[in-house]
Design a protein around this ligand. Structure first.
Ligand code: CP
Length: 312
């Protein structure tokens, strides 16, 4: 495998999950694979889990790791061809991506949606710019449209806990005071389309995700009805997609509570706003899988990096 940019790069999900669970038992067993190799982790946005888990995954495989907060420390990048660069941007992605390729064997990028311009966000200029101009493999650590490392960790977590041949999994929108991107929800939806699950999305009207992502997944606007008999409930806020990037609803009735969760397991990618997105009683209960999801980020990243480095 050359790049890990989206869920579409997963050729066989059950095999990947199995491999990740094997790596989890003995994380350092392939620590010679990354010897004398360097991975660059470039962050255009903040992170806790992605930064530490991807670094740890790389270290488990024996890589040297360079981390750069590109958003605050790098030159402002230009992405358009033929631009007269006499305004705010100082360096073109053409040079930047090639320069990073001189120092690293793999580059991983975090660059969120700006939520101002749907077309521009969906063009994924940072991730695709690196894919186009870097001469090394590129890994998506959350882009405008997707967060495939998170979704892989989520699939590993469900596999570890699930006891049913076809569990019911619900993705439930939650309120949030700020406009958040669609990336986590998008990749979770795409991941669930690869799973044998009874999958339902619930959100207020006006919060439909891109139809190109949801395709024929069941959407139920009545949250209580959607949650009936759920085995796993994944809670996440996203801003409006149709009224792009706007916060149209902050109805606290959509917050996840113990009563609504029933006997299901609770999932969230973190960070999460307590008592806005989800009640303390849920997060602090043994039904919450959020810490194991965060733990599994390491093994999701490790299986991805192992596959890439094995093909170099
Ligand atoms: N879930 C996740 O990606 O967390 P961070 O934003 O802290 O990396």
């Amino acid at each position: 495998m050359r790049n890990y940019l989206s869920i579409q790069d997963i050729d066989n999900l059950p095999d990947w999950v199995k491999e990740a669970r094997e790596l989890k038992k003995n994380p350092r067993q392939f620590n010679a694979l990354g010897k004398n190799k360097t991975i660059g982790l470039l962050f255009f946005n903040n992170s806790l889990r992605t930064r530490l888990s991807t670094q740890k995954a790389a270290m488990n495989l024996g890589f040297e790791v360079i981390v750069m907060n590109f958003g605050s420390e790098g030159w402002a990048l230009e992405y358009a061809d033929g631009t007269i660069m006499n305004e705010g941007t100082s360096e073109h992605i053409k040079e930047a991506a090639q320069v990073v390729s001189q120092y690293c064997d793999i580059v991983a990028i975090r660059a969120f949606a700006k939520l101002q311009d749907k077309e521009k966000d969906e063009a994924e200029e940072v991730l695709n710019g690196f894919k186009k101009y870097a001469s090394i493999p590129v890994v998506n650590m959350e882009s405008s449209v997707g967060h495939p490392l998170q979704a892989l960790a989520d699939a590993i977590t469900i596999d570890e806990v699930n006891t049913k041949p076809r569990p019911k999994v619900v993705l439930s929108w939650a309120p949030h005071p700020k406009a958040l991107p669609h990336a986590v929800a998008n990749s979770f939806v795409e991941m669930m389309q690869l799973q044998n699950a009874d999958f339902v999305i619930t959100h207020p009207e006006g919060y439909e995700l891109s139809k190109a992502i949801t395709k024929d997944v069941t959407i139920e606007h009545d949250q209580n009805k959607a949650l009936e008999n759920a085995d796993f409930v994944y809670v996440k806020n996203w801003s409006s997609y149709s009224d792009y990037g706007k916060v149209a609803n902050q109805d606290s009735k959509w917050m996840m509570t113990k009563e609504k969760l029933g006997s299901a397991k609770f999932m969230h990618c973190l960070p999460v706003r307590r008592n806005v997105v989800v009640a303390d009683a849920v997060l602090d209960s043994d039904q919450s899988l959020v810490i194991e999801q965060a733990n599994n980020r390491t093994y999701a990243a490790q299986v991805v990096l192992k596959k890439i480095v094995s093909s170099l």
